[in-house]
Design a protein around this ligand. Structure first.
Ligand code: HEM
Ligand SMILES: [Cu+2]
Length: 580
């Protein structure tokens, strides 16, 4: 605080290699938003192929089958690891944790900076993997074709472990290099770097919350949003180890010719599925939990009511985080697991829906009999509730093995998880951006453009993804290049729906231009934000907008919980945590 800011760090130190948590947060946010454009572009290209097979796609050209596989793989990976996680967890974790607990920075600011730059490096590897080596001449080492890895975002063996597809065998040592630079190897490296980066971030988040809370702030005075960000870190850090081990073994299978996963070499491909989903399921909560946190906080502010059941929400979050480690095999019901195991995982999966249902009901109870202010962040928060509900409920269907044996790998699954991920990343992410942007940039957004952006997104999102449930139920299999009379005769009739949802996707993507426009307009010409434009209680609103280096002029003291709205007998309808 007092000792901050008396030396001039220069441009590089201030904006590039800064260890100020707000700059690191902004770096994550900007990288995440740019990657959203990349991920959205992939989706546009492969959806165009599905709607009008073989067409010359504007802004791309003709998409051949292996590029199609590459694009669906890269879309999934990019959206989950380079958009949802950096925006929801890393950007907002960085912005909010120190400010909401009333301190000047993270516990380990240098580690924090390093976390971003390792993430940046992972992004470079991800982009490089788009141009990875597909085929090369084993004798001369000459590269014959390039392209992204196309084995799906889960990278299941045996396909992903097949060394000979990649050129292993019969090459001289000098010809090794092109093979090592295959899209798959670059991708595994990118994901590994990303995990290192998020582990550094996660340690920082937890240590900061545990050790650096303002005077008087007990853990039950933390905003729900901080609870959820931290639980997401716990989920991430306790689940990522097995996947890292699994990924190293996969890399060995691909490069050194080991046989962990390849049955021809004595391995077991299902082992990878276990290692992947032991991480993969908690990972979906790494994305969901921050979203729940943002929505809870924003709902309370604009309902002008205390969050209903603070403890209930916190405990439900803890229970769900714990349970998230014992549901993973619901992704493997058709992998030949023992039916008794399948029953166990069905039960745990249905059980885990209970805490989430509790949380959503608590949010609805917060809204009950309140006078809602329909601001732009509140609209996004309400939008999250309505849309996520569809994703949560369809998850319960899929969790019962009997249904999933039919539904697995169909477009029903695609529709399910887009109704969980898009609400959490786009809706809750937009809620958070619109709510906290005035604090971090010091400018307000334009309300009219904000509302237009919200309503158009809501309509286009539903029209893009809801119809997919129908052909999913009809049995349309995912990861297919085109549905022809020869390969999928019963699916040909759905071509008009495939075209419709593609038009809607273009609408959805185009609508996002409104957001970028709004952001640019408000940065350069927006109305100046006051310290506490929404009249909220949490500590970040005590600081200037935007907060200077060190955040607060003096460390705030905390006297009460974060949600004391409409307290009877007070003149104002809010009561900041730091006011006596
Ligand atoms: C109420 C909670 C949820 C339940 C009960 C649930 C259940 C399931 C089940 C059983 C599957 C496997 C379907 C199959 O492959 O046959 C699945 C797939 C999936 N779910 Fe959920 N889910 C829930 C929430 C979420 C959330 C919050 C997210 C993300 C934020 C999510 C993301 C996914 C993804 C990405 C897949 C597909 C993975 C793939 O095969 O590529 N789910 N879900
Ligand atoms: Cu799962």
């Amino acid at each position: 605080m007092a000792d901050h800011g008396h030396h001039d760090p220069g441009f590089l130190g201030k904006y590039v290699f800064s260890n100020d948590h707000k700059v690191v947060g902004m770096q994550y946010l900007v990288t995440g938003l740019l990657m959203a454009i990349v991920g959205g572009y992939f989706a546009y290209v492969f959806r165009m192929q599905l709607a009008w097979p073989g067409m010359n796609i504007p802004l791309y050209g003709q998409l051949d089958q292996s590029a199609y596989n590459g694009f669906i793989t890269m879309h999934g990976l990019t959206m989950i690891f380079w958009v949802a996680m950096p925006v929801l967890l890393a950007a907002f974790g960085n912005f909010l944790i120190p400010m909401m607990i009333g301190t000047d920075d993270m516990a380990f600011p240098t580690l924090n900076m390093l976390s971003y730059w390792v993430f940046f490096l992972s992004t470079v590897f991800l982009i490089a993997s788009l141009f990875g080596v597909n085929e090369f001449d084993r004798k001369t080492g000459e590269i014959l074709s390039r392209g992204p890895y196309g084995g799906g975002w889960t990278m299941y063996p045996p396909l992903s472990a097949q060394a000979d597809m990649l050129g292993v065998g019969g090459y001289g040592a000098g010809k090794l290099i092109p093979h090592l630079l295959s899209g798959g190897n670059l991708l595994i490296t990118a994901v590994a770097l990303e995990f290192i980066s998020f582990s550094m971030g996660g340690i920082n988040f937890l240590v900061t919350t545990i050790n650096m809370r303002a005077d008087g702030m007990g853990i039950m005075d933390l905003p729900i949003c901080i609870w959820m960000l931290d639980l997401a870190c716990v989920d991430f850090m306790f689940s990522v180890g097995p996947l890292i081990a699994g990924a190293v073994m996969l890399l060995f299978d691909r490069t050194l010719g080991t046989g962990f996963y390849d049955p021809n070499r004595g391995g077991d491909p299902v082992l990878f599925q276990h290692l992947f989903w032991f991480f993969g399921h908690p990972e979906v909560y790494v994305i969901l939990l921050p979203a729940i946190g943002f929505v809870s906080d924003i709902t309370a502010t604009f309902a002008r009511k205390p969050v209903f059941g603070y403890k209930l929400i916190v405990y439900s979050g803890i229970i769900a985080s714990g349970l998230s480690f014992v549901v993973w095999a619901h992704h493997q019901f058709i992998a030949g697991i023992d039916p008794r195991m399948a029953s166990f995982f069905s039960l745990t999966t249905i059980a885990i829906s209970i805490p989430f249902a509790v949380i959503v009901f608590a949010m609805i109870a917060t809204l009950y009999k309140s006078s809602i202010e329909f601001t732009v962040p509140m609209l996004w928060a309400l939008g999250w509730m309505c849309t996520f509900l569809v994703g949560g409920v369809t998850g319960i269907y899929l969790g019962s093995a009997g249904f999933d044996i039919y539904g697995h790998d169909s477009y029903f699954v695609i529709a399910h998880f887009h109704y969980t991920l898009v609400p959490s990343t786009l809706f809750a992410g937009m809620a958070a951006i619109h709510y906290w942007f005035p604090k971090f940039i010091g400018k307000m957004f334009n309300d009219t453009i904000g509302k237009l952006h919200f309503w158009l997104t809501l309509v286009f999102f539903n029209l893009t993804f809801f119809p997919i449930f129908f052909y999913g139920m009809a049995g349309q299999h995912r990861r297919i290049y085109q549905y022809t009379i020869d390969n999928h005769p019963s699916m040909v009739q759905y071509q008009p729906i495939r075209q419709f949802v593609t038009y809607m996707l273009i609408g959805l993507i185009a609508t996002q231009a409104l957001f970028f426009l709004n952001m640019i307009m408000s940065v350069f010409g927006g109305e100046k934000a006051s310290k506490n434009p929404w009249k909220a209680n949490t500590l970040e609103w005590v600081a200037d907008s935007p907060p200077g280096h060190g955040n607060f002029h003096t460390y705030p003291k905390v006297y009460r919980g974060p949600y004391e709205f409409s307290v009877p007998g007070r003149d104002s309808d809010y009561w900041p945590q730091n006011e006596q």
